[in-house]
Design a protein around this ligand. Sequence first.
Ligand code: UT7
Length: 332
Amino acid sequence: MATRRAVITAVSHYAPPDVYTNAHFESYMDTTDEWIQTRTGIKERRFAKADVATSDLALPAAQDCIAQRGIDKSEIGCIIFATVTPDYMFPATACVLQHKLGIPNAWGFDLSAACSGFLYALETARRIVESDGAKFVLVCGADKMTTIINPNERATAILFGDAGAAVLVEGVENTDVGIIDSVLQVDGAGGQALYMPAGGSVMPPSHETVEKNLHYAHQDGQAVFKSAVTRMSEVCAQIMERNNLTGDDIRWLAPHQANLRIIGATAQRMGIDISKVMINIERYGNTTAATIPMCLSEWQKAGKINYGDNVILAAFGGGFTWGSMYMKWGIK
Ligand code: UT7
């Protein structure tokens, strides 16, 4: 058993200021506030301005994490940036952010796991600090989804928003709090149910790919919905069982925020009352890699999550990628 645990010791988020309510979509496409709220739970979302990059969405959150923990930037040994909307194909957004933050001694990389990105990044950071590869790892989850969503396709345009969040993962000796267990999976068979067809090596950018809107995210909503409910609750049940947890033992479930109905179904299958589920989808929509750390940050700022609380994180997204993580909250 590891004597050194990975603990989240700072968390923060940034949501761009411009709010777009469902009325925005009603004004130019065939949809209604009623449809959007009933099917998804979303009332409004934030869209970043044109000159804001994904790294800019993570930057204020990362700065705030460093200030909260009161460390010198040189103590951060690694930056992991979860995103599907990187600033560039390369260099990695982690490198852009390192430069903007002026972190002197870190290595880092981007991690592409769509809506499960933050969970995957957290697990990677956990392994790094547990094996003494770094004292602090900066983990960011940020996406400027407006750069890959077709504003005229009603099935996807209404779902997503832009945001960024960050946590500091710290290696702490002999502690009862921190990350205890995780179950993560991929299944590439579901790849084309949620993906961006063009822009990569399979279909490099061309006039034709742009004309055919192939640089936008495409989703088979129902297929993703069904897999999300089944697979997210499967891994949550697995993690609860092997850690001897019942619904009553769990203080908070922090699920990916893609659809209120998916969140509700997952909580129900886990035997967790909905009052113990972090939900902010109504204000931000689906911000992909940012949703889970945004929840953690908002709950921390509101004083609703306490040191030692049992928390389960759960995500499902493009890939397919999915997973669940069990931790005891480690910020006092
Ligand atoms: O975060 C990554 C993972 N992503 C997810 O987990 C998303 C999973 N999927 C979903 O959340 C849901 O499938 C959606 C919210 C995307 C769609 O909800 P749905 O209940 O599955 O609707 P649907 O796709 O079956 O569409 C039902 C109807 C269709 O019309 P017809 O064919 O029945 O006439 C759609 O054309 O709703 C129509 N529709 C809309 N109507 C009004 C689709 N989008 C809209 C819209 N406004 N914005």
